[in-house]
Design a protein around this ligand. Structure first.
Ligand SMILES: NC(=O)c1ccc[n+]([C@@H]2O[C@H](COP(=O)([O-])OP(=O)(O)OC[C@H]3O[C@@H](n4cnc5c(N)ncnc54)[C@H](OP(=O)(O)O)[C@@H]3O)[C@@H](O)[C@H]2O)c1
Length: 299
């Protein structure tokens, strides 16, 4: 049994992760920002400490007494006017967590990165995720890094939005030709991988790419949603990348505009992997996308 300090526990992946950690018998302590307590309603059996990953001083005390850290905090969209940037939330936040873990003497660290993280990536999201990984690798802690493709489940930002469009709109807008390949993985699978990694010595110093059993194009995912939601034929309208990019340059600062130029860079490239080492190491079975979507969307 571990006492696990979790950052990002109030988020979409975090809430599933808390359940997976509890199911394995661990005690969970969540870092909660002021104003976000309501996101953990229903999670009575966990410890909560107020703090912010950007406030280094808050972390030492918050973490003390724990023997493992799961660092999930990350953003997909920047709000520079409010100081919310990839640089701060991916790189600086990770440095703060690593420094606190080192100071307090917590040795085990599970770090959430993202598939596509690499030094020369086109998207700054991926480049800053890479730099956070590099900091983890040189931390001297007992680390394991996870790089998932798109994660889906209740309250996610991807399948939930697409499913709503398939249900409600006469035609579903698709950015580009829809041929980009993705490998969506259920949040439950990701969470169980993290929970099992805590005591899995073979995962020390390893980086795992995480995805569903096989790649699917965006068009295929939308068609699959149509079948599952019993829409006879899903009609799509393809909006060319250059047009969306021009609009995004002007409108991405406004919360209603659905994508940023950085997200467009990611949408233009495949996000696929060989997840075999992940499933083998943690003794998990890959869930085919059709089955996972059905579990998520069909009552
Ligand atoms: N979702 C995916 O498809 C996907 C795929 C690959 C990797 N990932 C990575 O997985 C991680 C979790 O993603 P998610 O989808 O669960 O995101 P999410 O729902 O937006 O959750 C983000 C979490 O980070 C917390 N947070 C943000 N700024 C913070 C700060 N300054 N101090 C403390 N906590 C802060 C949020 O807290 P509040 O509740 O206070 O806002 C929330 O708990 C991220 O690192 C993301 O890059 C996600």
């Amino acid at each position: 049994m571990h006492r696990v300090f979790v950052t990002g526990g109030t988020g979409f992946v975090g809430r599933t992760l808390i359940q997976a950690l509890r199911a394995e018998g661990h005690v969970v302590r969540c870092l909660v920002r002021r104003g976000s307590e309501h996101d953990l309603r229903g999670f009575e059996a966990i410890e909560r400490v107020e703090g912010d990953v950007l406030a280094r001083a808050s972390l030492d005390e918050a973490m003390s007494g724990c023997d493992a850290v799961v660092h999930l905090v990350g953003i997909i969209r920047e709000h520079p006017a409010r100081g919310i940037t990839f640089e701060r939330l991916h790189v600086d936040a990770t440095l703060n967590v690593l420094a606190a873990a080192t100071t307090v003497g917590v040795r085990r660290l599970l770090h959430m990165s993202a598939l596509g993280a690499r030094p020369d990536a086109r998207a700054r999201y991926h480049r800053t995720k890479w730099r956070a990984e590099e900091a983890v690798r040189s931390s001297g802690l007992d680390w394991t890094i996870f790089r998932p493709s798109i994660i889906y489940g209740p309250d996610d930002g991807f399948v939930t939005t697409l499913a709503r469009a398939v249900r409600r709109l006469p035609v579903v807008p698709v950015i580009g030709a829809g041929n980009t390949r993705l490998q969506p993985v259920p949040a439950q699978t990701v969470a169980e991988g993290f929970a099992r990694a805590l005591d899995q010595a073979a995962s020390l110093g390893q980086t795992y790419e995480v995805g569903g059993p096989e790649p699917h194009t965006l068009n295929e995912i939308i068609d699959l949603l149509g079948e599952i939601l019993k829409r006879r034929k899903v009609r799509k309208v393809h909006v060319p990348f250059p047009l969306v990019r021009r609009l995004a340059r002007v409108l991405q600062g406004l919360p209603f505009f659905p994508v940023t130029t950085d997200q467009l860079r990611m949408l233009e490239e495949d996000n696929v992997c060989d997840p075999t080492p992940f499933y083998r190491t943690f003794g998990l079975s890959p869930v085919p996308l059709a089955k996972g979507l059905e579990r998520m969307l069909v009552p």
